[in-house]
Design a protein around this ligand. Structure first.
Ligand SMILES: *Cc1c(COP(=O)(O)O)cnc(C)c1O
Length: 490
């Protein structure tokens, strides 16, 4: 299977590339991104034949259907990373919280957030490709808190790949910061920036467009890649758990094979939701995909009105920071799939130049045939956390909690909903402690203890251990000094 470009081909690049090319250099013509030429058709017989498959077997079969140019041993090595999750036999538990509401827990990996689902195997694949080609790669990441730890963790001590990760000093949770600054490996560099996440992201863009920086990389034969969700190497691993979740509902007797369900995804860059969309197109019985947002509700507006409007919008800092995003990159892959390359290029050009695009009536109808959307503000999120814990004993993080409103408001049929839980409660503990006990401004360590006591649940050992680990990455600088710092690291 080859990969093509969402905004069409400029005649300078190959008109289609292999999977390994698409993930090693994910940038494509006209600023577009890569998508598969077509989607494999799995259908009901595939689902039936995997009713008793474990997670890795299912994953292997989905990847096989894509016929990627990756050796079977590399795929196996990549998938074996799921053995490091809490329960190797069940890396992705699906929990019944209410009769019609199931939660797929995507956070049982090493950094306790859903980024591990894709980045853990992705690290093996990218490093193996780099070694096979005898090439050196640099991954630059700017993180608001979850991508950073997961990227560092997956590339730690892996050959032929170095990672420089920028985070806003003071802009992440204590746990997220500790996960980064305690990562000890020669191929990793963590840099705190005076400023917020936008500053970190802008600094990264400035660095990427610096001629001096690019020149130095060329001289030293270092290639740049990316580990964000524009890289299809992440998306490929984010389809599997949607199929797995559905099969779990069948196994648990909640649906009969072939019955439809709702998928309900807390969304930011839309990688998670895109994985659900592709699974649906491959034949998963899905009624609709519910897109849940926080107060940065640009996706809610798009799906309800067909207008993507960034004019007069600034990012609002919420209690679900991984979803504090206005330019949601993977929507572009949906536009491409529904409307083709030419229209996608037109719409994205409007967004770049006018900061707004409008879908036509029939286009909006096509979008609404698949998606529905709602958003929850911080106080609604806390109410969901508190009420759900009180009524069911289930503890969840603020990102997951944004889904509970859409579960109530967006389902037109009484079909079960699968909510995707993207972070463990330990990563955003002050918000949860506030919701459960009313305490304000706690440090993570105190919030963790009070939640553990209230919910009568242990603090996971890897989280508790963070507070005693030595800080080895202590660089915190102004954004003007980043280029020098990254070059020194190289
Ligand atoms: C990254 C992230 C999201 C958003 O996922 P997208 O695939 O970017 O839409 C939601 N919740 C958490 C906790 C995350 O880390």
């Amino acid at each position: 299977m080859n990969f093509i470009e969402t905004r069409g081909n400029d005649g300078k690049r190959s008109s289609s590339v292999s999977f390994s090319q698409a993930i090693l250099s994910p940038m494509s013509s006209f600023g577009g991104i890569y998508v598969p030429e077509y989607l494999p058709q799995l259908g009901e017989s595939f689902l039936r034949s995997h009713l008793s498959s474990d997670y890795k077997t299912l994953a292997r079969a989905v990847l096989d259907a894509y016929e990627l140019d990756i050796d079977a041993e590399v795929i196996d090595a990549a998938l074996s990373l799921y053995d490091g999750f809490d329960d190797p036999a069940q890396p992705v538990p699906v929990v019944r919280v209410r009769d019609d509401l199931f939660v797929t827990e995507l956070y049982h990996g090493p950094t306790r957030a859903f980024k591990d689902m894709a980045l853990q195997p992705f690290g093996v694949v990218l490093s193996s490709l780099a070694q096979a080609r005898n090439e050196q790669y640099l991954i630059l990441a700017a993180t608001s808190g979850d991508t950073g730890p997961a990227t560092l963790e997956t590339f730690k001590d892996r050959a032929n790949v170095r990672v420089a990760c920028l985070y806003p000093d003071g802009g992440t949770s204590d746990v997220q910061r500790l996960q980064m600054v305690t990562e000890d490996a020669a191929n990793l560099k963590v840099i705190g920036i005076h400023g917020n996440f936008d500053d970190a992201q802008t600094a990264l863009k400035t660095l990427l467009s610096s001629d001096a920086f690019r020149g130095t990389l060329r001289e030293r034969h270092i290639h740049l890649s990316a580990a964000n969700s524009v890289n299809f190497g992440r998306i490929i691993f984010q389809q599997i758990y949607h199929i797995h979740s559905y099969l779990e509902l069948v196994r648990q007797g909640a649906v009969t094979l072939g019955d439809k369900v709702y998928l309900n995804v807390p969304s930011g860059n839309f990688g998670n939701a895109l994985g659900g969309y592709y699974a649906m197109k491959m034949g998963l019985p899905v009624e609709k995909i519910l897109i849940s947002s926080n107060s940065n509700n640009v996706l809610t507006d798009l799906i309800r009105t067909g207008v993507y409007d960034l004019r007069d919008r600034a990012v609002i800092a919420t209690s679900s920071p991984a979803m504090d995003i206005l330019k949601s990159s993977n929507i572009e892959r949906i536009l491409f799939d529904l409307f083709g390359a030419q229209r996608t290029r037109e719409l994205m050009a409007d967004l770049d130049q006018k900061r707004i695009y409008r879908l036509k009536g029939d286009e909006l109808a096509a979008l609404q045939a698949v998606f529905a959307a709602d958003y929850a503000d911080d106080s609604e999120v806390e109410t969901s956390i508190r009420d759900t814990f009180r009524d069911t004993g289930y503890l969840m993080d603020p990102h997951t909690a944004t889904c509970f409103k859409a579960h109530a408001s967006c389902r037109e049929k009484p079909l079960p909903g699968i909510v995707y839980s993207t972070a463990e409660w330990t990563k955003f503990s002050p918000t949860i402690a506030h919701a459960l006990t009313g305490e304000v401004d706690s440090h993570d360590i105190d919030a963790l203890k009070s939640i553990a006591a209230t919910a009568n649940t242990p603090i996971p050992p890897m989280i508790e251990a963070l507070f005693d680990k030595p800080v080895v990455q202590d660089t915190v600088i102004d954004k003007d000094d980043i280029e020098r710092e990254v070059l020194a690291f190289l």
